[in-house]
Design a protein around this ligand. Structure first.
Ligand SMILES: [Zn+2]
Length: 464
């Protein structure tokens, strides 16, 4: 009898790994890195809970590191099979996996230099070379619902999930015609009406469901992010000050640029210099522009009016450190978008050093700020913070825009599930903190009456 087991994103939002086993094959759905506290991150260092060499294939729902970042380690442990994903996901993995490896190497280097390790020398979880080896295993499949053969007796269909470029919901068919079962993995599900990319397509019928619950107990902010950006940029222009937006380079940075261009065209804000200070953002923007099959109608219409909807009217993209230094000399009203989104690394720190003490400047948080990060301290109103080893006074304005999210909230997940042609036999809630996962389960039971459970780490279920 085929089984489904949960080796990540169970009781937490990171480390997504779901294993399907039949009498003849083992297929892993997502291969994510655990992120967050020590207890979670330690799992990345433990032996994989199943023999990597015995897994026949991996299916990837989307490129985010909490869904792909364990792959190079898995390859290191002996996995050699194909990794199936959409074209957009492959594009972004080529940007994100080598970057993740560089961060692992820098982290090990830092531990060694500061003698913060019991293991001498501290080794990285994986290297850039491991990431490059992993990328050779990618097999691109259509994100259109076409049936794809994964291994003997396992097929899959990938459909747009509307979360980030290339994101897929995946229906896995197990054991073909003999005793067939199907499992639908929502992946991370996007918000409806998100700019640039398409909305999640309705789900196909499935025997079993695995549904994410990041926002299982929350609804999105009602202030439209575009309106908030308009208000903040107008005020900055009037004051002649800088606007610094710490933002993740893939997805979020493109959305912000897209909204600013629209606001400029609608003459709702003056045209200011907009600097995107991130080599990764520059690469990701190319991928977003190239993958026309993932773009929504609005983007397609914008593309008719302007060849570059992902550029504002006066935009500077910094790929090199020299470009980055050049924007330091700019004065007056301007917008700077730089990673990382939580100010825990990256070029945003150099801008923070100059702009946090500047009374005319505004820092705008557009994403979640985890505890312990510089972003969280600034967002919480601390008046003195340490940036790149220096204490600086925080005198700039602080703004938070809550409406940017790449995740469906619980009502949107319920809306998506409402498109299922038939009731599933059983559903599993994953990818949420415990309270969010339980809340999502309760919402689904209440609305549909399906049997729903919240699996624990390592729990295994038979498909009978
Ligand atoms: Zn994601």
């Amino acid at each position: 009898m085929p089984t489904l087991s949960f080796w990540g994103a169970a009781g937490t939002v990171t480390g997504s790994k779901y294993l399907i086993e039949t009498d003849r094959a083992r297929v892993l759905i997502d291969c994510g890195l655990f992120q967050g506290g020590h207890n979670l991150r330690d799992r990345n260092w433990q032996e994989p809970p199943f023999n990597a060499a015995s897994v026949d294939a991996v299916i990837i729902t989307h490129a985010h590191i909490d869904h792909t970042g364990y792959l190079p380690r898995f390859v290191n442990h002996g996995f050699r099979g194909p990794v199936y994903c959409s074209a957009g996901t492959a594009d972004l993995m080529k940007i994100l996996l080598p970057d993740s490896a560089r961060l692992q190497e820098e982290d090990a280097d830092y531990r060694n230099r500061h003698k913060l390790t019991k293991h001498l020398p501290a080794l990285p979880l994986y290297t850039e070379k491991d990431a490059r080896e992993t990328l050779k295993l990618l097999q691109v499949v259509p994100n259109t619902g076409a049936m794809v053969r994964i291994v003997k007796n396992v097929q899959a269909e990938f459909r747009i999930a509307g979360h980030i470029l290339g994101s897929s919901q995946v229906l896995v068919h197990v054991n073909g015609d003999r005793d067939p079962h199907s499992v639908l993995f929502s992946g991370d599900l996007g918000k409806y009406d998100q700019p640039i990319i398409r909305d999640p397509v309705p789900p196909p019928a499935a025997d079993y469901l695995v549904v994410e619950s990041t926002y299982g107990d929350r609804l999105h902010d009602t202030e439209e992010p575009k309106v908030a950006l308009e208000r903040i940029i107008k005020a900055a222009a009037a004051r002649g000050g800088a606007v610094l937006i710490p933002a993740f380079a893939v997805g979020r940075a493109q959305e912000i640029v897209y909204f600013i261009r629209e606001l400029e065209e609608e003459k709702r804000i003056p045209i200011l210099p907009v600097c995107v200070d991130s080599p990764m953002a520059a690469l990701a923007t190319q991928a977003y522009a190239r993958r026309t099959e993932e773009q929504d109608d609005e983007y397609a219409a914008a593309l008719k009016a302007t060849p570059t909807p992902l550029r504002t009217h006066n935009m500077l993209v910094c790929s090199t450190r020299e470009d980055s230094k050049r924007i330091n000399s700019l004065e007056g009203a301007r917008v700077i978008i730089a990673a990382s989104g939580m100010m825990n690394g990256g070029r945003v720190l150099h801008h923070a050093l100059r702009l946090l003490p500047d009374e005319t400047a505004t820092v705008v948080f557009v994403g979640y700020q985890a505890g312990g990060t510089l972003g969280r301290r600034v967002a919480d109103g601390e008046k003195q913070v340490k940036v790149l080893g220096q204490w600086v006074a925080v005198k700039c304005g602080i703004e938070k825009i809550g409406g940017f999210s790449a995740h469906a909230d619980w009502k949107e997940v319920v809306r998506w599930l409402g498109g299922l042609p038939a009731a599933p036999r059983r559903g599993f809630i994953t990818h949420g903190e415990p309270d969010a996962a339980q809340a999502m389960a309760a919402h689904i039971r209440e609305r549909f009456g399906w049997p729903i459970e919240v699996p624990q780490y390592g729990e295994k279920f038979e498909m009978d």
